[in-house]
Design a binder for this molecule. Structure first.
Ligand code: NAD
Length: 288
């Protein structure tokens, strides 16, 4: 199998942190990308923001103006899911909720051709479960990018029980053609990275809850003594407290309440307060 041909249109659903980054990566790689979000104007605003960020990179000589113009020309707003009728691959990056994702995939199956690959950027939800009930469950695959998607190299290509090997290979080769470093993973809760990372978040949150030290001290220690690029508090503020909490709940449930993955009450408090991190202006830190 080979990577998807550049002539194939890519659909991206969700114009939040991940959808924006994924759309940019695919557009930079030469595909026409249509971006859909059910929030009014979200896709349009996201494309404008990608253009603004890329123009800053021209000033820093990381991109040429032509590359930016080409990338932006490849990005289009999709007004409805029906705009994905001719897509070769649709990547879903919406809220981490199985029911909401399944409703979107059910609609996509009635719109897209039988050859279209349906991928999800879910961090933790079972690909097997998401595919269950679909007319063609073998074309459902995880294509899990990391945040920020234009910078982070890793992509987990996640196969559920019935995902076709050919489709997983095509997605793997496509991620590689887009400059990423793909790895195959089986669909277990949290896949590889989000499972390994759970105890990192959980133990950091327990230290904070027990008032062992403040967030800045704990983050600095993880960076300077632990060798991590970011500590748990600054990282979850970047990810989104709502997203990180939803992933923990999903992994905890999937492992039948294993204590190692127990969600944190102080993180739930932040989510309840709307303190979602960078995207809302407040999280463990203030960004105002
Ligand atoms: P986000 O909250 O930044 O964005 C989600 C977007 O989806 C929003 O713009 C929202 O309006 C839109 N949306 C919600 N329901 C929709 C629907 N039914 N139809 C169309 N659009 C809809 O979230 P995010 O951080 O981009 O996360 C998206 C997905 O990617 C989640 O599954 C998450 O687990 C996964 N993920 C997140 C990260 C991260 O660091 N944030 C990393 C890897 C994977």
């Amino acid at each position: 199998m080979a990577a998807l041909d550049k002539s194939m249109m890519i659909g991206v659903i969700g114009a939040g942190a991940m959808g924006a980054g994924i759309a940019q990566v695919a557009a930079q790689s030469g595909h026409l990308v249509k971006l859909y979000d059910n929030r009014a104007d979200a896709a349009k605003e996201t494309i404008a923001s990608i253009e603004k960020q890329l123009k800053r990179l021209v000033e820093r000589k990381k991109f040429t103006l032509e590359q930016v113009q080409q990338t932006v020309a490849n990005l289009q707003v999709a007004n409805e899911l029906a705009d994905f009728e001719h897509a070769g691959l649709v990547i879903e990056a919406i809220v981490e909720n199985r029911d909401v994702k399944q409703a979107v995939f059910a609609e996509l199956e009635s719109i897209c051709s039988a050859q279209c690959i349906l991928a999800t950027n879910t961090s933790s939800i079972s690909i097997t479960r998401l595919a269950a009930g679909m007319k063609h469950p073998e074309r459902m695959v995880g294509m899990h990018f990391f945040n920020p998607a234009p910078i982070m190299k890793l992509v987990e290509v996640v196969s559920g029980l019935v995902t076709s090997k050919e489709i997983a290979t095509t997605v793997f080769d496509t991620a590689a053609a887009w400059g990423k470093v793909p790895v195959y993973a089986a669909s277990t809760p949290g896949f590889i990275v989000n499972r390994v990372a759970r105890p990192f978040y959980a133990e950091s949150l327990r230290l904070k809850q027990e008032q062992v030290a403040d967030c800045a001290t704990l983050d600095a220690l993880m960076r300077e003594a632990g060798g991590f690029r970011m500590g748990a508090f600054e990282l979850t503020d970047l990810i989104g407290q709502d997203v990180n909490y939803a992933v923990t709940c999903s992994v905890f449930d999937a492992y039948y309440g294993d204590f190692r993955f127990q969600p944190s009450l102080i993180q739930k408090d932040l989510v309840d307060a709307g303190y979602l991190g960078r995207k809302s202006g407040e999280g463990f830190y203030s960004y105002k």
